[in-house]
Design a protein around this ligand. Structure first.
Ligand SMILES: *Cc1c(COP(=O)(O)O)cnc(C)c1O
Length: 399
C-alpha cells in the first residue's frame, strides 16, 4: 500500500511485437481495415481495439495513457502534445457559451492567460478565487458554473488545494472538479480524493529530462471518449496529439518517476529546512510553517514526500537576478523556467512564468518581486549544494 501508486505503474506488463520488454513503437499515421464495415464502426466509435488515424489514438499513446491512468487511479487517460494541449480541450469540452468557471487565482501562467484572455471570446467567464477558502469557492458558484479548477500544489506560490473539500462542493452542485497535478505526481493522487479529472504537464517531473513537452488528461472512459470523439471531441478536433515516438520515450522515463520524486523531495526538504533556519522567507509544503502543511500531510502518499518545488523571497528582483546568475556561475543549476529536471532550475516567476498575471493581481495574491522559484534537482550531495548556495547568499549580503 505504501508504495502505491508507483507499483501500479510497475505492475503493468508489456510484450513488444517480437517479445521485446518494451512495447513496439507505432510508426504509422493511418491504419488498414480488413473490412469496410469495421472502418465505419470505428468512425462511429463502436470498434474497440481498432486504430483509425493517429490524431485519434495510437498504440504507443494508449500504452502511455494506461500507465498514467494506473498512476492516478482513473479508468483511462488521453495523452496530448503539451500540458496546455490537455488543459484547453478539457475546458472547452466541459463549457460552452454562457458557462462559468471557478478557478484558483494562483495557477500556471498559461492556464491563467487562457481562462482570463481567451475563453471570454467564447463567452466563458472565470472567477479567480482564493481556492484555500472553501466558503468563498462555494459562494462564487452561479447557475452557469460548470467547473472548479485548481492545481494540487499551485504555481508558483505552492498553495495546497483541499481536494476532498472541493470535491464535496463540486458534488453538491453537480460540477466537475478539474485538478492539475503537475507539481505533485505520486505524492498526491487527486482522483482518489474525489477529483473528476486530473491533468498533468508531462513536460515537468513525469518525463523529467527536459527534452520534450507533453500532457495528459486522466478521467473516466466516458469523458476520455468524449474528448476523442471524431464529431465533437475537443482533443480530436484541436489536434494537439502527442507523437508516438515521444509517447514511447515518456513511458520509459515514467518508470523511474518514484525514485526521482523521492530524491527531489528529500533534497528540497533538506534545503527548505536550512534556508528557513538561516532566516530566509521560505515556502515549502514540507515545512511546519507552511499554512497547508497538515492539509498536504492528510492527502499525501507519504513515500514520495512533499515534492521538489520551493520558493524563497530575497526582497527585490535585482537581488533575485544577482543570486540566480551567481548560482548558475557556480554550476548549482540553471536559470531557466520549467521544473522536474535532474539539475536544479530557478527563475523569478513574477517576471517570467507568471508574467501573464498583471502586476496588481500578482501583489494581491502574494507574488512578490524578490520571489525565486526553485525546482530542486537530484543532487547526490545536497549538503555540498547547500554550502555553495549559502556562500552565494553571503557574498550578495542576502545572509
Ligand atoms: C508547465 C505547466 C503547464 C503547461 O504545460 P506545457 O507542457 O508547458 O504545455 C500547466 N500546468 C502547470 C502547473 C505547469 O507547470
Amino acid at each position: 500500500m505504501a508504495f502505491k501508486p508507483a507499483n501500479s505503474i510497475q505492475d503493468l506488463q508489456y510484450f513488444g511485437e517480437f517479445g521485446g520488454v518494451n512495447p513496439s513503437i507505432s510508426d504509422s499515421s493511418t491504419y488498414t481495415f480488413l473490412s469496410a464495415k469495421t472502418m465505419f464502426d470505428t468512425f462511429e466509435g463502436n470498434a474497440d481495439g481498432c486504430y483509425l488515424y493517429s490524431r485519434h489514438s495510437t498504440p504507443s499513446n494508449l500504452y502511455l495513457g494506461e500507465a498514467l491512468a494506473a498512476m492516478e487511479g482513473t479508468e483511462t487517460a488521453n495523452v496530448s502534445a503539451s500540458g496546455m494541449g490537455a488543459i484547453t480541450p478539457v475546458v472547452l469540452q466541459l463549457c460552452g457559451a454562457g458557462d462559468h468557471i471557478i478557478s484558483s487565482r494562483t495557477i500556471y501562467g498559461g492556464t491563467y492567460a487562457f481562462l482570463k484572455n481567451f475563453a471570454p471570446k467564447f463567452n466563458i467567464e472565470t472567477s479567480f478565487v482564493d481556492i484555500t477558502k472553501l466558503d468563498i469557492v462555494e459562494a462564487s458558484i452561479t447557475e452557469n458554473t460548470k467547473i472548479i479548477y485548481c492545481e494540487s500544489v499551485s504555481n508558483p506560490l505552492l498553495e495546497v488545494a483541499d481536494i476532498k473539500g472541493l470535491a464535496k462542493i463540486a458534488k453538491r452542485h453537480n460540477l466537475k472538479l478539474v485538478v492539475d497535478n503537475t507539481f505533485s505526481p505520486l505524492s498526491i493522487s487527486p482522483a482518489t480524493l474525489g477529483a473528476d479529472i486530473v491533468i498533468h504537464s508531462l513536460t515537468k517531473f513525469i518525463n523529467g529530462s527536459s527534452d520534450t513537452v507533453g500532457g495528459v488528461v486522466c478521467g473516466t472512459q466516458d469523458f476520455i471518449d468524449e474528448l476523442r470523439n471524431v464529431n465533437d471531441g475537443a482533443s480530436m478536433l484541436f489536434g494537439s496529439t502527442m507523437d508516438s515516438l515521444r509517447a514511447a520515450s515518456v513511458l520509459k522515463n515514467l518508470r523511474t518517476l518514484h525514485i526521482r520524486m523521492q530524491q527531489h523531495s528529500k533534497n528540497a526538504l533538506y534545503l527548505a529546512r536550512k534556508f528557513e533556519a538561516d532566516g530566509l522567507k521560505t515556502v515549502y509544503p514540507g515545512l511546519k510553517s507552511h499554512p497547508c502543511h497538515e492539509l498536504f500531510k492528510s492527502m499525501m502518499n507519504e513515500a514520495y514526500g512533499f515534492g521538489g518545488m520551493l520558493t524563497i523571497d530575497v526582497g527585490t528582483l535585482e537581488k533575485a537576478n544577482e543570486l540566480m546568475e551567481l548560482m548558475q556561475n557556480k554550476n548549482l543549476g540553471y536559470l531557466a523556467v520549467s521544473l522536474g529536471f535532474y539539475k536544479t532550475l530557478f527563475s523569478a516567476p513574477g517576471s517570467s512564468t507568471s508574467s501573464e498575471i498583471p502586476e496588481d493581481e500578482q501583489k494581491k495574491m502574494g507574488l512578490s518581486d524578490g520571489l525565486i522559484r526553485f525546482s530542486i534537482g537530484l543532487d547526490a550531495d545536497i549538503e555540498r549544494t547547500y554550502k555553495v548556495m549559502r556562500e552565494c547568499m553571503v557574498e550578495l549580503s542576502i545572509l
